[in-house]
Design a protein around this ligand. Structure first.
Ligand SMILES: Cc1cc2nc3c(=O)[nH]c(=O)nc-3n(C[C@H](O)[C@H](O)[C@H](O)COP(=O)(O)OP(=O)(O)OC[C@H]3O[C@@H](n4cnc5c(N)ncnc54)[C@H](O)[C@@H]3O)c2cc1C
Length: 458
């Protein structure tokens, strides 16, 4: 960025992306002010809202390294080596995510992570204002109006960076000035969080180093470990009755008795683990899930959106935060490389939008995989072949999950290669019950023909 331009920036939202972006930009010499609707979580506790914990993967970790925050975050994280799949009436099975413990994901507490990043932003020199929710923007007068603690405040700004999440007020204010081409695709399914407390001896009640899944066709429970030896369980299912099936939905499962009946029938092995099931089910809200797509992410050099404000996605690939963190690094890089903010924001949008679209689509696909396919014999055979081909063609045939989770290649490239690979896997195992009948020569030829060796940008 040339020194001629404005050096002061205003970030809306001190959530995950806002606090990280503030850190990265303050370290590069920008004067950064951040306005956050909620109170300071260090003084009054973290006010949740979205999931209690999250899966952190390589893309997110890389961004945290850029802010020197990775050490503090990993200290409080719990390693997850793979999916522990709990079939109805069967024994749980661990499906490893990667080849060994260098390829794992991490369960982190949203509150602790946010506090770590807020501290990092302040240490880097950013000024954070809590209890200041953006209400409106006057782009002509270059002022924003915020409210909080019963007061209304007006502040000048030079450029606005929108990190205010899926319900972004900045996005609405930008859209009032220019159509952003906004579409929200509701999933029709929602979620509710429950808790597995520590065991009587203070330890974890089930395997700690795994992401647990209870797949049940069109709905499922998952559980992620927390460092205080608890698990956060999330039940995902339809919000309303769906035509063509008798599956449970949040409209019909509402009371404590309904919840018990559902869990007795579909998740019986979790009942002894969730002693407060009835209480939590009635007390905790149902969250809804959607994919947000925009045609434009920025208004010239005046304002730009990133993270969930630009591309909220369903959570089934565990990549929303990881993608938001990758956005922060990309935006800071573009602002360094370009002479004007308008050019920087345009380059950021051109680079990131196709990738955000790709991970949004992969996240939707992964819901089907998690809730339905993880205990399907055909899928398991394809996975077994995937592992064999990974060893047979290192760097060329890289499993879908690895490209998204353990690498930093563009999401759009991961999607393109995953589609090719899936066709190869499905074609090579069609009609087979084991890998014995695989035509290895034909598979090798297809791989060499369709998949060039993969270079990670890492
Ligand atoms: C159930 C669930 C599970 C998930 N699991 C994962 C996972 O495992 N891994 C993963 O990578 N992602 C996961 N995600 C996605 C992840 O939560 C989001 O992608 C991530 O929080 C996006 O960060 P953000 O900073 O853009 O938005 P947010 O985290 O939503 O932060 C927005 C911030 O802006 C503030 N704000 C809002 N409005 C205003 C305003 N008007 N003025 C000022 N401040 C405002 C908010 O208070 C908040 O602090 C999950 C999401 C859900 C719903």
């Amino acid at each position: 960025m040339s020194n001629a331009g404005p050096k002061s920036l205003t970030i809306i939202g001190a959530g995950l992306a806002g606090a990280l972006l503030a850190t990265l930009l303050a370290r590069r010499g920008w004067q950064v002010e951040v306005f956050e609707r909620r109170g300071d979580p260090r003084l009054q506790g973290y006010a949740g809202g979205r999931s209690i914990n999250l899966a952190l993967a390589e893309r997110g970790l890389h961004a945290l390294r850029a802010a020197d925050a990775h050490g503090a975050v990993l200290e409080q994280a719990v390693m997850m080596r793979g999916r522990m799949v709990h079939p109805l009436g069967g024994e749980p099975q661990l499906q490893r995510y990667g080849r060994d413990d260098s390829e794992v994901i991490w369960s982190v507490s949203r509150g602790e992570l946010n506090i770590t990043l807020i501290n990092a932003a302040e240490a880097a020199g950013a000024t954070l204002h809590f209890d200041r929710g953006l209400d409106s923007v006057d782009f002509d007068a270059r002022t924003i109006t915020c409210s909080g603690s019963g007061e209304i405040h007006t502040h000048p700004f030079t450029t606005l960076l929108g990190c205010d999440g899926a319900g972004s007020t900045l996005r609405a204010q930008m859209a009032a000035r220019r159509d952003l081409g906004e579409r929200t695709e509701w999933l029709g399914h929602g979620y509710k969080e429950l808790e597995i407390p520590p065991a009587a001896d203070g330890g974890f009640r089930i395997e700690p180093n795994a992401l647990h899944i209870w797949p049940r066709g069109r709905y499922m429970c998952i559980a992620l470990p927390n460092d205080e030896r608890t698990f956060t369980v999330t039940l995902f299912m339809a919000l309303h009755a769906e035509s063509g099936n008798d599956d449970p939905d949040f409209d019909s499962v509402t009371t404590a008795a309904d919840a018990r009946a559902l869990f007795e029938r579909d998740f019986p092995d979790t009942l002894p683990l969730i002693p407060e099931l009835e209480h939590d089910f009635v007390a905790n809200p149902v969250g809804s899930l959607a994919t947000l797509r925009l045609d434009r992410w920025h208004l010239g050099g005046d304002a730009v959106l990133l993270g969930d404000a630009a591309h909220a996605m369903v959570p089934f690939h565990g990549q929303g935060m990881n993608c938001a963190f990758e956005d922060c690094v990309a935006l800071a890089g573009c602002m360094e490389e370009h002479d004007s903010l308008e050019a920087a924001f345009a380059a950021f949008e051109a680079d990131r939008k196709p990738n955000a679209t790709a991970i949004q689509d992969m996240a939707l696909e992964n819901y089907i995989e998690m809730r339905d396919l993880v205990d399907d014999p055909d899928f398991l055979l394809q996975q077994a072949l995937e592992r064999k081909l990974q060893a047979r063609h290192p760097g060329r045939f890289v499993p879908h999950y690895s490209m998204v989770t353990f690498m930093r290649i563009p999401y759009a490239l991961a999607l393109e290669r995953s589609n090719i690979q899936r066709e190869i896997l499905v074609g090579a195992t069609r009609g087979l019950e084991s890998l014995d009948g695989v035509d290895w020569a034909a598979v090798d030829t297809e791989i060499e023909r369709q998949l060039a060796p993969l270079m990670d940008g890492a």
